[in-house]
Design a protein around this ligand. Structure first.
Ligand SMILES: [Zn+2]
Length: 684
């Protein structure tokens, strides 16, 4: 999870959040827990997720337009509906030219105008396709590749490692000098999510490979390109070669492997094959003294392929990807073909989401701050911000006390950890400053052009940050995103307004449930600053390990036991959770429960019983219910391979590492989730 915000005064506010109060909203008071969603015939000690969510699991059917359905999607639906209302209202009100509302309104209208999209056919792609057709030699290939570079990856904050362009750029504070921004260059070039999708040889993977190949051919045929079968085969083979030189997901997550400052003139020597001079000139990067190369062997490998593979194959490959990326905004036949592969084959989705929902999602992505501004004005009142900020302060303080109480950490390391807590910036709701879109052209009749210009605008915005001081308060997630984020290079985090909604956050409702549901998420994000990745970044955000070898040895020993705990979970027959891939997230879940529990106990030491549940029971049920989620097998499979997060059902089981959970539900030896006290993992 990822998001960020700011610190504040806490005590006064938490006094206002009492459960008796007719405080805040006139809306009906949220129940203490969702009793109907539970299955109380299940013993919590056998299956805590089932106990908290059995009723909901039985009653819930994944909508046909969804691959996954749970708390996050529930909120997302609500936020999308609200946002659509705002956008449509803005359109009707004739918002002033250039205002956030006017931009968003025009963007949305263009997206919804299927007739115009149908009529224009492939015409909006013409200049891109012409540039590709004009490639005649290595230098022109490099120019087209460089001109296509976008800021479409984010390796540490959103951990988005995927781009279908051969490389992706991320602009963020420098590992060694957090006081200034540098460019990070990441591997890319694949149409499927991960190298493993190409290289795995099990039956399911082979089937997906065949479907992807067929998708390439189908799209080429729709575009009227001759010899689609032959060309499609070559395009697939080139991608497979790119996949073979890619670093693995685990490599990507290892920052020590990513700390490779390459001076620009060195690229030709270290990664021969691509005309880097032409590439950087076209990408607007020539003046940079260096770039941080996140995936050195992939960079070398892809550059070598630029020289080794015939130009004709590269041209076909680039043509396919230009069309493929644009397909949601091309005529219906293209959009439907793309959905057949990316929606159904890859994620098991039966039908696309309603067009208006996708339009809102696209506007939210391309004009994030403009949409965010509209959203928080209406749906995130100062009272909600204050309540959430109070919770953040309590949990931060609790985390500090837990550090004081650690027996395994050396005093020197402890001091550094405390310094890191002290300078942590936690952003709640929305950023201090909104981003300007001045200069971005949004046309009411050009959906694809709007999307492309937005991407390019964002790229130039990122380039403009290069060499500038890093901004500790910069947000990396929009307020309308249902998620939260840790920002290691800024020693900061973001908690967008949208996650501060039920079933995570209950403004004016039982605060204990909010601590269980979203407080644990806040604790989760805070702990990322101190986990195996966070330990590598100091209080200023510098990549500098602040642990002694003894601290690290202890941590690794505990971490290995947690890897084993999660490796044992088997969400699909024969397919287990990858305890190593998900380790950071699992540590954060365990730590988040611990810190939020302490925060709740210090704020409400005498929480009364409500609806028959004690405070501790409501805290843990709130946690279990926040992770309710149903996934289609295809989506679950994809998540298990590529995602650093454990599936929701198993995240709920993090409670078995908390002593208070055993007391709250009288969990006994012999029950399935029971762990002997010494087997419970306590990292923080
Ligand atoms: Zn996380």
């Amino acid at each position: 999870m990822s998001k960020s915000a700011k610190t504040l005064v806490v005590l006064l506010v938490s006094a206002v959040i009492g459960w008796t109060a007719g405080c805040a909203r006139p809306a009906p008071k949220a129940p203490a827990v969702d009793v109907a969603g539970m299955d109380r015939a299940i013993r919590p000690g056998d299956d805590f997720y089932g106990y908290a969510n059995g009723g909901w699991m039985k009653a819930t059917v994944i909508p046909p337009d969804r691959a996954v359905y749970g708390s996050f999607t529930l909120i997302e639906e609500e936020v999308t509906r609200r946002t659509a209302d705002l956008i449509q209202a803005a359109g009707k009100a004739k918002a002033p030219e250039g205002s956030a509302a006017a931009l968003v309104g025009a963007y949305y209208d263009a997206w919804m105008n299927e007739e115009a999209i149908e009529k224009r056919g492939l015409e909006p792609l013409k200049s891109d396709l012409d540039a590709i057709a004009g490639i005649t030699d290595a230098a022109s290939l490099a120019r087209v590749l460089g001109a296509g570079l976008r800021a479409d990856v984010d390796s540490l904050n959103n951990t988005n490692f995927h781009t279908s362009r051969p490389f992706g750029l991320w602009v963020s504070p420098d590992f060694a000098h957090p006081e200034k921004n540098v460019g990070y260059l990441l591997q890319g070039g694949l149409g499927m999510p991960d190298r493993d999708n190409y290289l795995d040889t099990d039956a399911k993977s082979v089937e997906l490979q065949q479907k992807y190949r067929a998708h390439i051919v189908a799209l080429l045929k729709l575009a009227g390109i001759a010899d689609a079968e032959t060309r499609g085969g070559r395009i697939y083979d080139l991608e497979r070669k790119i996949a073979a030189v890619h670093g693995s997901r685990a490599d990507s997550l290892d920052v020590l492997k990513a700390n490779n400052p390459w001076p620009l003139p060195e690229f030709a020597k270290r990664a021969p094959g691509l005309d880097w001079e032409a590439y950087f000139a076209a990408a607007g990067l020539s003046k940079q003294p260096m770039l941080m190369v996140w995936h050195p062997s992939a960079t070398t490998g892809i550059a070598a392929l630029a020289a080794k593979e015939p130009l004709g194959v590269w041209k076909d490959y680039l043509t396919f990807h230009a069309i493929n990326r644009a397909s949601p905004l091309l005529p219906k036949s293209f959009a439907e073909e793309a959905f057949r592969f990316y929606g159904t084959a890859l994620y098991g989705q039966e039908k696309p989401r309603d067009r208006w929902k996708r339009a809102v999602g696209a506007a939210s992505g391309d004009l994030g701050d403009a949409v965010g501004q509209l959203y928080v004005e209406k749906y995130f009142p100062p009272s909600s911000k204050a309540q959430a900020e109070a919770m953040v302060e309590n949990i931060k303080a609790a985390f500090g006390r837990r550090i004081d109480a650690l027996t395994w950490m050396s005093p020197a390391t402890r001091e550094k950890a405390k310094a890191k807590v002290a300078t942590l910036y936690v952003g709640v709701g929305y950023p201090d400053h909104w981003r300007s879109y001045a200069g971005l052209e949004i046309r009411r009749d050009d959906a694809l052009g709007n999307a492309q210009r937005s991407e390019l605008f964002d790229y130039h915005w990122s380039l403009a940050k290069l060499g500038q001081p890093g901004d500790k308060h910069e947000w990396w997630m929009t307020p309308q995103t249902v998620n939260a984020l840790n920002l290691p290079l800024q020693n900061a985090m973001n908690f967008p307004a949208a996650i501060l909604n039920p079933p995570f956050f209950f403004p004016g409702g039982d605060p204990v449930r909010s601590y269980g549901a979203v407080g644990t998420v806040i604790g989760h994000e805070i702990s990322h600053s101190f986990d195996d990745q966070g330990a590598q970044f100091d209080a200023d955000g510098r990549l500098a390990n602040w642990w002694t070898p003894e601290d690290l040895a202890h941590f690794k020993e505990v971490a290995a036991r947690l890897v084993a705990q999660y490796d044992a979970y088997e969400p699909l027959p024969g397919l287990h959770v990858n305890g190593k891939l998900t380790l950071s997230e699992n540590i954060a879940d365990v730590a988040g429960v611990a810190a939020s529990y302490d925060g709740y106990r210090s704020a409400y030491p005498k929480a009364p019983e409500l609806d028959g549940f004690s405070g501790d029971q409501r805290f843990f049920i709130g946690f279990g219910q926040a992770w309710r989620s149903k996934e289609r097998p295809e989506a679950l499979r994809s998540q298990l391979i590529t995602d650093g997060h454990t599936p929701g059902q198993f995240r709920a089981d993090a409670v078995r590492n908390s002593d208070a959970w055993y007391t709250a539900f009288d969990v006994k030896p012999g029950q399935k989730l029971y762990l002997a006290p010494e087997a419970r993992i306590k990292v923080w």
